[in-house]
Design a protein around this ligand. Structure first.
Ligand code: ADP
Length: 260
């Protein structure tokens, strides 16, 4: 029921945007069409032509504004990044998930002491983690253990990082389940928008792609590890907030050169 409600909200939001845009564009096109028809009919009358041309111009401008706003929305220009302590967020989530995922799923949280803060949009991080936890629950229909964990990690320049991260300090958040896991074909496509293996009405295929989009737009990344029959780990790397670069281990040591 929880997931049904979540997906219903997703689809409702998408439907509202699509419906709103379609309605606006229909109005605009009607105005353009009407004015263009009148220009054709009254082509000999410069006053009318100028008047109706104004309508065509004004309506097209409105169309551009809507497109611009929509693109800004798609680029998540309305996010409010703030300083988040991953430890308290995961602790709070454990409470919520223990109640919402059902008694079959045991929720554990494993935290490294003195985790650095990250700078992300709180709602987006919460939504991403809840979506990942819901996927984990769906992969464990007979119950199992969901583990949320967080450690600090330094990404260096050597080698190619699984999430193509830039060198720097990150908080690495993992959502692990011991459920069904994914076959290689599913794993390869899991983070594609609208890819789902769930029945119609139960899966939108947006959970992983949105979580990945969120992590990347926050300056981090996402990777998925999965073994059929064993379980799945989804890892989110989020960049550490400035001034929080040093963790317990490095706090009294000399700061590495090049670390920002
Ligand atoms: P949805 O959950 O709506 O299907 P997602 O983008 O979150 O959309 O996931 C896409 C697909 O990836 C799922 O349909 C499922 O096949 C697979 N998947 C995601 N998370 C897991 C998981 N923890 N265990 C097994 N399969 C998963």
């Amino acid at each position: 029921a929880q997931q049904g409600a979540k997906h219903a909200r997703h689809m409702q939001a998408l439907g509202q945007i699509a419906g709103g845009v379609a309605h606006e564009f229909n109005n605009i096109l009607q105005a353009v069409q009407g004015a263009a028809n009148l220009i054709e009919k009254r082509a000999a009358d410069p006053v009318s032509v100028r008047k109706f041309a104004r309508i065509v111009i004004g309506s097209s401008e409105r169309g551009s504004t809507i497109t611009y706003r929509l693109l800004a929305f798609a680029r998540r220009s309305r996010v409010h990044p703030e300083r988040i302590d991953p430890a308290s967020m995961l602790d709070a989530l454990r409470e919520i998930l223990t109640h919402t995922l059902g008694g079959q799923v045991i929720v554990r949280v494993e935290l490294e002491p003195m985790l650095p803060a990250v700078i992300v949009d709180r709602k987006e991080l919460e939504t991403a983690l809840i979506n990942l936890a819901t996927n984990a629950r769906d992969a464990m229909p007979k119950g199992g253990t969901l583990t949320l964990s967080a450690v600090a990690e330094t990404v260096g320049t050597a080698g190619i990082h699984p999430a193509a991260l830039r060198p720097g300090r990150y908080a690495r958040l993992e959502v692990h389940d011991d459920g069904a896991g994914m076959e290689p074909e599913t794993l390869a496509r899991a983070a594609e928008p609208f890819f789902t293996t769930k029945p119609v009405g139960q899966g939108t295929g947006l959970g992983l792609s949105m979580a990945k989009g969120f992590a990347e737009q926050s300056g981090g990344g996402l990777a998925i590890d999965s073994e059929p029959g064993c379980g799945t780990t989804v890892t989110l790397w989020l960049p550490v907030a400035e001034g929080d670069q040093q963790t317990a281990a490095t706090r009294h040591a000399v700061r590495e050169p090049g670390a920002i």
